[in-house]
Design a protein around this ligand. Sequence first.
Ligand code: JBH
Length: 235
Amino acid sequence: MRIDIISIFPEYFDVLDVSLLGKARQSGLIDMNVHNLRDFTHDRHRTVDDTPYGGGAGMVMKPEPWGEALDSVLGSEPTAVSEDSPLVIFPSPAGDVFNQAMARELSQEKSLVFGCGRYEGIDQRVFDHTATRARVRLVSLGDYVLNGGEVAVLAMIEAIGRLIPGMVGNPDSLVEESHEDGLLEYPSYTKPQTWRDLEVPAVLRSGNHGAVDAWRREQQIERTRRVRPDLLGEA
Ligand code: JBH
């Protein structure tokens, strides 16, 4: 998978060199390229924002640097938008909320482009123009305020990256995780059997695999009912 990221804070993405994703990049499974939006400005101050038309608080990101950055990533010749076009994702509180199903969908893409704007937003024409030559999606990490899209993109890339075939050693560990079956995970235990007077539940030491499976399922359902009843409808 090819991933391009456009941001005024390219250093945010230095952490992607470490851990699992770092290995995926070294092995060529993920080809990731970070672009500094300011490299596509032409004034001495490398200006990327300006005051909003119509007034109001905050600044809006100017369309010209975005246009040039996206031209450089997508190519500047006009091409018809199709299923095969790159998918450009703009993290935005106004987007569809990111979840495991979306991560799974996005892990199938050949080319993802992430455009990191600041919270107040990007000139609307950037989205409208980009939609004439690529598929465009606004995606929100959740209902809280971040200063910009960078942290949202880091989270999305981690969730997507680990689902790319060849990424995780043990494929079972992907299936057994929270959200893959629509339920939260069951509690896990390891040795020692007694720790600070706390015991590992007897059923897990019984050797009865049927009983273990039933107990774990019950724990998943009970946990989900308690903290995330909204998930039970789906599961
Ligand atoms: C994107 O993903 C969003 N969730 C919450 N806040 C944001 C702020 C800027 C960009 C987001």
